[in-house]
Design a protein around this ligand. Structure first.
Ligand code: SF4
Ligand code: SF4
Length: 320
């Protein structure tokens, strides 16, 4: 981690947005490097990647709670949203953009046409598919139709959050709206899935960084998740793993053993928990079990409170 100003004068980049210090920007680049499993020597390359081209981004919101956007916006120190939205060209985002109504719709159509084949489409939320998608409408159009119109024009589609990746809570048992993740709703359309409820913003940033550095996206697992973030379980890097069994939350329903994610490694909020610093936290650290939100069908399979009216040990299989 680059905690001081040594060597900064040699780096040929400027922070992408006014008001962000070079020091904060370097710290942010260090977080990204850590998330990607890269050492500190990659920090200058990451800084240059984000200080250069501004990739166009269209951010679509479907059936969701805006929690994924909130997770991204509420990241602090450094302010990921400030840096990313300064370094990328955010062409459309319903929650953040100023225009509304028909102007907003026109912005979306213009952006998709002007940056056809170049923009990265970030999707948030599940897509209702029952009855031709009538249970989810924006501006008189179904979410299903919007996804069909916009996603194929993108260079890549990133499904951000459990709902966009696998359907999430919107697709929980019952599912009268036929809600599905973007990949399934579009009949197997290839997507990069960054599941989580909420997803970790650093995983999205690190995925985009890989694209800026290499011109391609990172290797994925069988569920379309970037391997750098979802290649190990939360259990493997859990601070309680090696402590006495009384402290392990497995017996309180923790799904860390079967949940592939980097929460125990890169954590949330201030992200990195440097020795002696209160920065960075994940649920197990504050005595809450992981409930497996980055796994497909987590809502039905990982609910550690009740199943069929009975309290259960969540580490037992619960239904199909
Ligand atoms: S608390 Fe959960 S993630 Fe940590 S060691 Fe126990 S089972 Fe694994
Ligand atoms: S600790 Fe578990 S439940 Fe919490 S965000 Fe990570 S994967 Fe999801």
């Amino acid at each position: 981690m680059h905690e001081d100003n040594r060597g900064e004068a040699d780096l040929d980049f400027a922070p992408p947005r006014k008001g962000i210090s070079r020091r904060d920007f370097l710290k942010y680049c260090g977080l990204v490097a850590a998330a990607l499993g890269l050492d500190a020597t990659f920090i200058p390359r990451i800084a240059q990647a984000w200080g250069g081209t501004r990739p166009p981004i269209i951010w679509l919101q479907f059936a969701e709670c805006t929690g994924c956007t909130e997770s991204f916006l509420r990241s602090t120190n450094p302010f990921l949203d400030d840096i990313i939205f300064g370094a990328a060209s955010l062409e459309y985002h319903e929650t953040l953009m100023a225009p509304s109504g028909q102007n907003a719709t026109q912005n979306l159509l213009n952006a998709a046409a002007n940056y056809r084949g170049q923009f990265i489409c970030i999707c948030e939320g599940a897509i209702p598919t029952a009855d031709n998608g009538v249970y989810g409408m924006i501006g008189g159009k179904t979410m299903l139709q919007i996804a069909k119109d916009i996603c194929p024009k993108a260079k890549a589609v990133i499904s951000f959050g459990a709902c966009a990746s696998f359907g999430g809570v919107a697709a929980a048992n019952g599912n009268l709206t036929g809600a599905r993740g973007v990949h399934k709703a579009l009949g197997g359309y290839p997507t990069i899935n960054i599941p989580g409820c909420p997803p970790n913003p650093i995983t999205l940033v690190a995925t985009l960084t890989t694209y800026l550095l290499n011109g391609s996206f990172p290797p994925l697992d069988g569920y379309g998740r970037p391997l750098f973030a979802y290649g190990t379980t939360n259990h493997e890097n859990c601070e309680r793993k090696l402590s006495c069994s009384a402290k392990c939350l497995y017996y309180y329903g923790c799904r860390g053993r079967t949940t592939y994610n980097n929460c125990s490694l890169v954590k949330f909020n201030n992200i990195v928990n440097t020795p002696g610093s209160p920065d960075g936290c994940w649920p197990v650290q504050v005595n809450a079990p992981c409930y497996g939100c980055s796994e497909p069908r987590f809502w039905d399979r990982s609910n550690f409170f009740l199943y069929n009216g009975h309290y259960i040990n969540a580490c037992e299989p619960v239904g199909p």
